[in-house]
Design a protein around this ligand. Sequence first.
Ligand SMILES: [Ca+2]
Length: 233
Amino acid sequence: MTRFALLLPAVLVACGELHLDAFAREPPSAPPAGGVSGNGGRPNGAGGTSTSPTAGAAGLPPRDPLLIDDFEDQDKVCSASDGFWYQSTDGTGVPAFGVEATNDRPGSGFALHASGVGFTAWGSLVGVNLAGTKSYFDATGYQALRFWARASAASTRTLTVSLLETNLHYQTDIELGQEWREYVFPFGSAKVPEGAPPFDPAVLSALQFFVLTGEAFDFWLDDLTFTTSTTAN
Ligand SMILES: [Ca+2]
């Protein structure tokens, strides 16, 4: 498969205050019923990770790229913190998500799979509570969110990707294809909420991937990282 990347500009998300209010709902602090066992994920720092990749003495991130999750551990615990992956909806449709086996990407055995149909209000999202049990996730020194994604044939193709500082959403839109692609979301390209300060990676709380239409969706996410580079590979 040809590896290529898309560098996409921020696109204004057509949503009103009601949408933003809906987005601002706090994600669950624990996985939904049937999710991962345990009450807080692995201990901080387990497996060579830390929950706060604070910039080192030289002012550079200690790891580049910083793995957010590749789902190879088959759980819904974030690999960069003790936060959880979750799905949240407007309550009107039928959602589904989970870490599932995938055999269409070299080097990847598992990915996050989200689907749903019948949403009639603001829609649905999947996200990861990066902050976990801490107040914030410190991504100081990193410049971009990268991830791989694809949509199934019958799915809507537009995803709104949001970097959250508590209830503030710094967003961009992407168009999915049926083949896996790498997407690069430079922090500096995020649409800044009206009246809000510029995005501050030191106080991240979550990442969210929205489907804001009533169309059926079925998409996969994999290999999410923070990187210091904003250029496509
Ligand atoms: Ca994977």
